[in-house]
Design a protein around this ligand. Sequence first.
Ligand code: SF4
Length: 66
Amino acid sequence: MGIRIEVDRDLCQGHGVCESEAPEVFEVGGDHQVVVLDEQPPEELRPGVDLAVRYCPTRALGLVED
Ligand code: SF4
């Protein structure tokens, strides 16, 4: 069982908190929208992903247990 990341692109404002918490998984491009580099990240990246989800200021990120 793993996790899958979902992004609500209407909410993302490109703050980049997610990239700070988990740069292996999130990248904010020049258009101020997050790019998810790995939608199903391995378990060892889970702590950073959890922080990104928790601290995204617009709550644009969600996790689904697969
Ligand atoms: S922290 Fe949230 S609002 Fe900021 S770039 Fe990441 S997903 Fe978008």
